[in-house]
Write a protein that binds this ligand. Structure first.
Ligand code: NAG
Ligand code: NAG
Ligand code: NAG
Ligand code: NAG
Ligand code: NAG
Ligand code: NAG
Ligand code: NAG
Length: 925
């Protein structure tokens, strides 16, 4: 999560720079070097998700809107003192506490309604220190109109010790005088309760006292009260409850006062009265307090007050007056109730609503459902690849889910794939991948995809997850009585819970019988409980490290950290939320999504008779192979069933199927480029200009680029396409380029000049082509094997404008970022491009049948929300990546522009992959 300070600072920077373009450019600069060295594994993996989505350049999100909230404490706005007016006309004597539960009703103990035969006459609220006038500015004092004791109450016993006082007039609801709500559920799930009231037995006039207490179960409690035959002749029954502090050191004597909990909804805490402190109970320092249990009396209270206490209805009545979510209030602005009363301090905080512990999310994200007459949405999910959603296995186990909804885009489910080790009785390996039907292609629908992020163990303690809840319990709580109870998607912000603590919380639960393990993590609310009904958990939902504000220009969803597995009360309350750690399951997802077998995970077997380098061998599947270094073999070709190892020296020499390796014999030729010509090459700094638009190439920026020409007549030459110098006498281009002029091979190349108009000005070397060699099985229709070598009649003279490029030889990884040297028929320019993974290219374009010997590239865009830029170019245009060795940046040729289909609309183009043709090219170097 962002710190408040960062947000402000960033906001300021943005305001100064103002244009999103500038921002993008800066982000790009920062990552340029990083981008240049990034590569895509050819087998496909979720690992490079952010590269493929071009998310790498994304900076910190812009600030969320800051909103103002008043910050003072309202914890005791419902506390009332009950007073007796002495006949003599002296000061009122305060002897009992009570709770304001309606504008004209006080709830108290029935024993408080008579003292030595005299009934109380007045109540006072909004005054913490009753005998001091200092804090009286918000006090309200109202006379009692009627005392209504519970009909079954009898002064000689402790049962039904509960009464309502009807006031002569309604109080004015203010920030300091506000009715409380009542807890209505008989089963309590709180570890901590709070007793509040005045201790009228204390010698000094008391301010309000509060004591945190633990509920004590009935059986244990009976022990303390077994001798009190008179008051407890029926024992401690279910209408009573006990609570005490852990060591039973203090006994609250807050007679008539509430035993309460604060429950969260709409970013506010509302006090809920759970018990009424019983009077007439001998309370010693080692005795728990006994309370009339309020849930048991709801019907009676509702009948008398004519109000509804159903929690969702009660909390919205005065929500705007309640204490604010602690995460929204800066610590220095948190004031105690007494301080506010004394000083009238009413600070204002600039709170970021996105930091609220529970709030309505900007939009509905991802849901898995069952289509029918009415769709039933059952689980949350995350789109982890274009055609895959991830969810909890538990959630989809026994239902026939058939539709996924992502931001209101419906996708049919093709298949649900459960984690093979998922066991329905536990939460371990609780993941399922959902393969979506992709017949309805949505080109470039990258924006739906969440990349998997690693949860930062040290620096992150807060996580976000989702649930469903009614709008009016999750809005900002600024208006009372909001009746909009429609269900919304809500986010919950929770704190990391240590594994040991989580294991402890689930002790005795079969679902975590071996405790939490490394594939899981837990988080909770740090003691906060929710108003019942505020949030329904949704399993299978994503767990995120951050949430970006609705106005964030970044179109991508946030990174995925985990998948919610078990979330009682949305992670609030007593038991923490258990989630599966997404990154722990990435390999499993890769095998399903990319059908990728990592060569590292394939078993290795040593050949019966060891074979040396370059020996012929029999690869798996009885294919013919050659013994080569494992890095010179395509892992895709190797990763089938077993890797046959020829010899096992420092690194394995493996039996690699023919056509899938780089012959060791050629290596000296290939590496020559890396060691020669260094003094002619430019330093890296020379390459970095002002990017964003295509700039004319400076002389020498891409000194390996050549123009390929055909003679028109004696004096004129037509320059149709480009090639790349890879050796002093060799140029590489596509067969398509070499075939530009019907039935004629190219006749000349021009080296060292970037503009056709200047070719004859002197700087260019014009060299005749001796021979054109097209790849033997080049197919002009399908564009398969679209590559050609041009042998020159004489060597190029090396200078800073004419230097060969190196060949990209890695069969397993492809550089992500590079430049296309673009030829428009007149001049050469450089354009920033990035490689599109073959699988993605096939999914999103009209190029449905790519081979491993091809690759795709597209215009490099920082944010794909920008308009699709045209990608069109000419046959033979090279894709060059710069790789750093000592301060020199060597240009590597990665691909050659082969063909395009809808390049004008922004579709990636298809190129010939150089690394597939290394052996063949070497033959002609
Ligand atoms: C109250 O309890 C006492 C003692 O058990 C009993 O004598 C008396 O009749 C009861 N009064 C009422 C009104 O039930
Ligand atoms: C009362 O709480 C229990 C335990 O949390 C829950 O199972 C039950 O559904 C609740 N009852 C009502 C009426 O909400
Ligand atoms: C784990 O529990 C211990 C003991 O109850 C507590 O001190 C600690 O703060 C807890 N840690 C977390 C991260 O919840
Ligand atoms: C976690 O526990 C499950 C079930 O016992 C097991 O299948 C899985 O391998 C464990 N993972 C780790 C990393 O311990
Ligand atoms: C090759 O050597 C490595 C490292 O010594 C070893 O881990 C591996 O098992 C060996 N492979 C075979 C097939 O013997
Ligand atoms: C050669 O061709 C060019 C371009 O077509 C033309 O302008 C020029 O006049 C021609 N020269 C001769 C000598 O035919
Ligand atoms: C270029 O390739 C040719 C043919 O294989 C070779 O004889 C020559 O040495 C190479 N030239 C340079 C400068 O590498």
């Amino acid at each position: 999560m962002l710190e408040r300070g960062t947000i402000t600072l960033l906001g300021l920077l943005l305001a100064l720079v103002s244009s999103a373009d500038r921002w993008a450019v800066q982000a790009f600069r920062k990552s340029f070097e990083e981008l240049s060295v990034h590569t895509l594994p050819d087998s496909g993996s979720l690992e490079d998700c952010s590269l493929r989505l071009q998310k790498l350049a994304h900076d910190e999100p812009p600030a969320a809107q800051l909103e103002e909230f008043p910050s003072y404490s309202r914890e005791f706005a419902h506390l009332a003192a009950i007073g007796w007016k002495p006949k003599s006309g002296d000061d009122i004597e305060w002897r009992c506490s009570g709770s304001l539960i309606a504008e004209n009703f006080i709830l108290t103990a029935a024993h408080c309604t008579q003292d030595e035969g005299v009934e109380p006459t007045v109540v006072r609220m909004g005054d913490l220190d009753l005998y001091s006038a200092k804090d009286d500015r918000y006090a309200q004092q109202v006379e009692i109109a009627e005392i209504i004791r519970h009909p079954e109450f009898n002064f000689s016993s402790a049962y039904h010790d509960i009464a309502l006082l009807r006031l002569k007039k309604s109080v004015t609801v203010t920030d300091f005088v506000t009715p409380a709500c009542l807890y209505t559920n008989d089963s309590l799930t709180f570890d901590k309760l709070q007793a509040a009231g005045w201790d009228f037995y204390a010698e000094v006039s008391p301010p309000i006292l509060t004591t945190p207490l633990n509920p004590i179960n009935q059986d244990r409690c009976k022990f303390w009260y077994r001798d009190n035959k008179e008051a407890f002749r029926k024992g401690i029954n279910r209408m009573l409850m006990c609570a005490g502090d852990e060591q039973l050191k203090s006994c609250p004597s807050d007679t008539g006062g509430p035993l309460q909990v604060k429950l969260l909804s709409s970013s506010r805490y509302t006090p809920f009265v759970v018990g009424v402190s019983a009077l007439g109970v001998p309370c010693g320092a080692t005795t728990p307090g006994v309370y009339a249990k309020v849930p048991h009396y709801i019907l009676w209270i509702e009948a008398v007050t004519k109000l509804v206490y159903h929690p969702p209805e009660c909390v919205i009545r005065h929500i705007s007056r309640r204490e604010l979510d602690t995460s929204l209030v800066a610590p220095e602005l948190k004031t105690t109730a007494l301080e506010t009363h004394l000083t009238g301090k009413k600070g204002t905080v600039e709170a970021n609503p996105l930091r609220a512990k529970l709030h309505v999310f900007k939009e509905f994200k991802c849901a898995v459902g069952k289509d029918g007459e009415n769709v039933e949405w059952l689980c949350g999910c995350t789109i982890v690849a274009q055609d895959f959603a991830l969810t909890s296995a538990r959630c989809v186990k026994d239902v026939d889910v058939n539709v996924v909804n992502y931001r209101n885009d419906w996708k049919k489910i093709a298949e649900v794939i459960f984690h093979p080790e998922y066991d329905r009785k536990t939460l371990y390996n609780d993941l399922a991948l959902i393969r979506l039907q992709t017949d309805n292609r949505n080109r470039y629908d990258w924006k739906a995809v969440s990349c998997i992020g690693a949860p930062g163990e040290e620096d992150q303690s807060e996580y976000l997850t989702f649930g469903i809840g009614p709008y009016n319990l999750n809005d900002d709580g600024r208006t009372d009585g909001n009746a909009d109870g429609t269900e919304r998607y809500v986010t919950a912000t929770l704190q990391r819970v240590a594994n040991a603590n989580c294991t402890e919380a689930y002790k005795g639960y079969g679902i975590l019988k071996s405790g939490l393990n490394a594939t899981q993590f837990c988080f909770g609310s740090g003691g906060d409980h929710l108003v019942p009904g505020a949030c329904e958990p949704w399993n299978g939902n994503e767990v995120l490290g951050e949430i970006r504000p609705p106005n964030d220009p970044n179109p991508f969803p946030e990174d995925l950290v985990g998948v919610s597995s078990y979330a009682p009360d949305c992670g609030f309350g007593r038991r923490p939320l258990v989630a599966s750690r997404a990154i722990a399951f990435r390999d499993w997802m890769d095998t399903i999504i990319y059908k990728a077998t990592k060569v590292q995970t394939v078993p290795q077997v040593l050949m019966e008779k060891e074979l040396a380098l370059d020996y012929i061998c029999e690869a798996s599947d009885r294919e013919a192979g050659v013994c080569v270094h494992i890095d010179h073999c395509s892992h895709r070709a190797l990763a089938k069933d077993v890797v046959k190892v020829c010899t096992n020296e420092t690194a394995p020499i493996v039996c690699c199927p023919v056509n899938s390796f780089i012959a060791t014999a050629h290596l000296p030729l290939l590496t020559e480029c890396e060691t020669n010509y260094q003094r002619f090459r430019k330093k890296y700094a020379d390459f970095v200009g002002d990017r964003g638009t295509a700039l004319p190439l400076e002389d020498g920026a891409h000194p390996h680029s050549v123009m390929i020409g055909w003679k028109v007549n004696k004096t004129a030459t037509a320059w149709h396409c480009t090639g790349t110098l890879i050796n002093l006498s060799t140029v590489l281009t596509t067969a398509g380029c070499a075939n530009s002029v019907r039935r004629r091979s190219p006749e000349v190349v021009s080296v060292g000049e970037t503009n056709v108009a200047r070719i004859y000005d002197g700087a260019a070397q014009i060299i005749r082509v001796k021979e054109t060699i097209r790849y033997p099985s080049y197919n002009a229709k399908t564009h398969d094997n679209d590559i050609a070598v041009l042998k020159l009649e004489s060597d190029v003279l090396v200078n800073e404008n004419a230097i060969p490029a190196c060949l990209w030889r890695d069969l397993n990884r492809t550089p992500y970022y590079g430049q296309e040297v673009h030829f428009d028929g007149q001049s050469l320019t450089a354009r920033d491009k990035n490689v599109v993974h073959n699988r993605d290219c096939q999914l999103f374009t009209s190029h449905t049948e790519l081979t491993n010997d091809q690759l795709c590239w597209q215009e490099f865009r920082l944010r794909p929300d920008g308009a699709d830029a045209p990608n069109c170019g000419r046959k033979g245009n090279p894709f060059i990546t710069l790789q750093r060795t000592n301060n020199i940046y060597l240009p590597y040729l990665v691909g050659l522009y082969s063909y395009d289909r809808q390049c004008a609309g922004g579709e990636p183009i298809v190129a010939t992959r150089i690394s597939s043709y290394i052996n063949w090219i070497s033959l002609y170097m």
